[in-house]
Design a protein around this ligand. Structure first.
Ligand SMILES: [Zn+2]
Length: 165
């Protein structure tokens, strides 16, 4: 039995024990129930295995690259990620609804940095060029500039929990 539930976790600080910061209880059980999927949240290749014959037929479309993963599969992943956030993060620092990253409603701000859609659009103009172009997106409530860091944190926390299981 682990002596303390709190894990010191590199530069991400502490993984809060259950009951603290609103973290849901049953974290380890949730992890163990979905371990393989949670270990592969950022690995698009993993999710391709859930493609059906119809998806494979759709993939032949000339506009679709080899990396294409059907939207409904990504939606399933995002729902799982959003649920997992409830076990890891403070309430209000992630989204639990409107998980389509391109739905960014009026008055909604990034759950991490508080930036709004218009501010993100302005910031992105400096980055967009012929080689890469991004539009404002709110992935699990995080703006274009925060999503990568949040996903890195979740990946790291997931690995810490995996080591407990
Ligand atoms: Zn942000």
């Amino acid at each position: 039995m682990a002596p303390a539930r709190q894990i010191m976790f590199s530069n991400w600080g502490l993984l809060e024990p259950e009951f603290v910061c609103g973290a849901k209880t049953g974290r380890l059980a949730f992890y163990e129930a979905h371990a393989e999927k949670l270990d592969n949240l950022t690995n698009d290749n993993y999710w391709k295995q859930f493609m059906t014959d119809i998806h494979h037929e759709m993939k032949r479309h000339p506009n679709r690259s080899a990396d294409w993963v059907p939207q409904e599969i990504l939606e399933q992943r995002d729902v799982l990620l959003s649920l997992w956030c409830e076990y890891l993060l403070e309430p209000g620092t992630y989204a639990t609804e409107d998980l389509d990253p391109y739905i960014w409603r009026e008055g909604v701000v990034c759950s991490s940095c508080g930036i709004d859609r218009q501010q993100v659009a302005t910031k992105l103009e400096a980055f967009n060029n012929h080689n890469s172009w991004q539009s404002p997106s709110l992935y699990i409530g995080w703006c274009n500039f925060c999503a990568e860091e949040k996903l890195a944190k979740i990946t790291a926390l997931t690995a810490a929990i995996k080591s407990q299981s």
